[in-house]
Design a protein around this ligand. Structure first.
Ligand code: FE
Length: 303
């Protein structure tokens, strides 16, 4: 199947409303719709980053971290084919009801669990209101045919996770760290839409990355994050593989949000994956943040 990128993510947080200050005032996202008609307002916080109705939904929950990832398809034919492919791989997949589709603001969707238990949704026809204006004056987030960004997931078995996302969902290999414990996968020209990392037995999410069109907007987001007392989980730095300049902010959902700029685009025609080492500069705290969160998640799931 041909995924058109990450369309939306659902996150969990005990205090979802904390995302209104974190997401809007620090990161620079725009508050989006409330619950659709007929749906009870359960305190979910919706955030926009472009013309789409919303890209991030934060649900009040006792859980932390990832609720679901929504990957985009081109239309009803592609959704039917994708349902068939997931089903034929031996994974149970359900069609979303009309209220499910309304809740997500899409035309149609289907959902299943990946081998790690993460809820994955496939959809087409996300609603757009062509209305984006960041209250913090972020000029624009880089989305379009690249999707909304990328996720880094902790997976207990890197081989199993990689072969599922590549074999069943059609992701292709971008790069990997020496030793192969972190694999970067793409489904659009964005260098990676999904990064999978094996760190002990941790199963969860480390970050969602959002890209800005303007480096100065990343700098201003860093200033706002600092002045609001939001923890900076990794300082400004550049990644070796996707070449993004970014920093990481600790969100109210335990995971981080990576705010970046300048990530490279890749083309399958001439792309050749490499194994690589550390970042050329900056990102101080990133390794520690990854290790600490993995340990915390592992401890929680064990306990
Ligand atoms: Fe990242």
């Amino acid at each position: 199947m041909k995924l058109l990128g990450l369309g939306y993510v659902g996150l969990n947080a005990p205090d979802a409303s904390a995302w209104e200050s974190f997401g809007v005032e620090a990161v620079g996202l725009m508050p989006a719709r409330s619950q659709p008609p007929g749906h009870e307002d359960d305190g979910t916080v919706f955030l926009k980053m472009d013309e789409r109705l919303y890209r991030i939904a934060v649900h009040p929950s006792k859980e932390m971290g990832l609720g679901y990832m929504g990957f985009e398809l081109a239309g009803p034919t592609e959704l039917e084919a994708a349902i068939e492919e997931v089903h034929n791989s031996g994974v149970a997949i359900d069609r979303g009801s009309e209220p499910d589709a309304q809740a997500r603001g899409v035309a149609e969707l289907a959902f299943f669990r990946d081998p790690m238990g993460n809820r994955v949704e496939l959809f087409y026809g996300q609603s757009a209101d062509y209305n984006f204006q960041s209250p913090a004056n972020v000029r624009a987030f880089k989305t379009g045919n690249l999707g909304m960004g990328h996720c880094l997931l902790f997976v207990p078995d890197i081989r199993q996770a990689t072969s599922f996302y590549m074999g069943v969902l059609g992701f292709r290999l971008s790069d990997f760290t020496a030793g192969g414990k972190i694999q970067f996968l793409h489904c659009t020209p964005r260098h990676h839409t999904l990064a999978l990392a094996e760190l002990g037995g941790a199963n969860g999410i480390h970050h969602v990355m959002l890209e800005m069109e303007d480096l100065d907007d990343v700098g201003r987001a860093l200033d706002r994050t600092r002045s609001q007392g939001v923890p900076i989980t990794a300082d400004l730095g550049r990644h070796t593989n996707d070449q993004a300049v970014s920093f990481y902010a600790g969100s109210p959902s335990e995971m981080s949000v990576e705010v970046g700029w300048g990530a490279r685009l890749i083309d399958d025609i001439d792309w050749s994956p490499v194994q690589f080492g550390g970042d050329p500069w900056g990102h101080h705290g990133l390794r520690e943040s990854i290790r600490e969160l993995a340990a915390k998640i592992e401890e929680r799931t064990a306990g």
